[in-house]
Design a binder for this molecule. Sequence first.
Ligand code: TEU
Length: 550
Amino acid sequence: EVEVPWWTDAVVYQIYPRSFADSDGDGIGDLEGIRSRLDHLQQLGVDVVWLSPIYRSPQVDNGYDISDYQSIDPLFGTLEQFDRLLAEMHERGIKLVMDLVVNHTSDRHAWFEESRSSLDNPKRDWYLWRDGYDGREPNLWRSVFSGPAWELDETTGQYYLHIFAREQPDLNWESPSLRAAVYAMMNWWLDRGVDGFRMDVINVIAKVQDDLVGDSTSASMGPQIHDYLQEMHREVFAGRTADLITVGEMPGATVEEAELFTDQARGELDMVFQFEHVGLDHGPRTKFDNVPLSLVDLKASLARWQDGLADRGWNSLYFGNHDQPRSVSRFGDDTEWRVESATMLAGILHLHRGTPYVYQGDEIGMTNAGFTSLDQYQDLESLNWYAEEVGRGASPAAVLDSLAFRSRDNARTPMQWDATPLAGFTTGDPWLAITPNHSEINVVDDRARGDASVFEFYRRLIALRHESAVVAQGRFELLEAEHPTLYAFTRTLGASRLLVTGNFSGEVLSLDGLDPAVFGVAGPVVIGNRVDARAATPLRPWEFRVVELS
Ligand code: TEU
């Protein structure tokens, strides 16, 4: 038997701490809140929790702007509470992965305050400072959160680069002392017992220095990225015996690049978050332009990633996170067929080869927020986009419509634990409005539904990955690539072969006319999202079914 890494049959659950559970009534989730909900995670059966940032931060970007990497923001708790949470998770057999945000810091980080203080400060080159070019910004890069990616700093008369908010200056990874400081910080957390890192926009750390001045208009990923990741691997991970996991968030990464990043022999990362499939419904100008998603394109994209990483490397699998709309609202039907489509989507995702990521709330089929006025939004990206678009003459109503399907706040509304007025999330004033549908969509009600519980279906999917080698390891083959509503593929390992089918529509889907040697096989149903599932029968609306072929 081939030795495979432990995370090939693991499932990761992402917690967005400010929206998970609030223990002290300030309206913001916290570490003690998470600790009080560990039963939920253990019953679901997840192996790993990834915590979005909890470090000290001015919270301009909800913690992705860090002012001290080695302390906990008082909003979330204390280091002692963190240690207790970690210990209790470990007692329950759950690993904890931290968010590592080292493309940038907060502008309030001591490193940046030193760096900006003078041209010859020893930390000057820890950030990316440039003179203006032709009386304007050094180059034409735009910030992801609107406006130019450069800010003039009065103290020294130079500009600093910020790919994200003005309050998130980019670090200069060309500096060896900066890199050493980052590795020291990572080692400090691993020594404390954490089990790995999810690395925020890690491919963005390598800038092509020649592009930083002049007319280049879009940020580019430098080839040094592989050197940085290999050095990080040597300095942080290589000497450790613990079972760690690393996942790099990489907007724009191609399959070919991902194969290099995740080939175990190269010593870089275990897996990456790629963005291709979550960009298919974005307009060419901006993600806020909605383009109808074609299932044919979605299948083709995910299949290319399955094939590209079949022999070397490894996929991470996700349909949602704290930056994306809710998956049931985006890819399913969050009204009439909410439960069926949420479970079908989960089934299709989890039956791919790779490590599945469950975003908090997806396990009960939470939906988009349904906000209709600007004052309901908190996310700086949404607020900046609104101001920019309306400033260009767009109609406020149209921009609000685009926020209603694309704003990151859709996935950030508080976790819906029960039907009480504050959803069991807080006793205070929630930082972001609770979705009114929490009176029907919540953990207590969902779990009371028996066979129709979304949570119960996720639990079975996760258990299946743990038990079934073909689900964890089997080779993927896409079927019926051109079918507009059928998602079908096989997974094969040795003599064991599964047929996976999902109906991406609210209509009955007949399998007549499809290859009878596959779709006509009356094998046992391994898992399905509808009661009384039988192989080789038409798929009911949003039905998901896995059949054993041999
Ligand atoms: O996101 C980086 C990223 O590329 C996005 O998904 C981004 O939110 C989106 O493209 C904006 O349109 C990471 C974090 O996940 C995100 O929450 C942070 O805001 C961002 O980095 C900056 O740290």
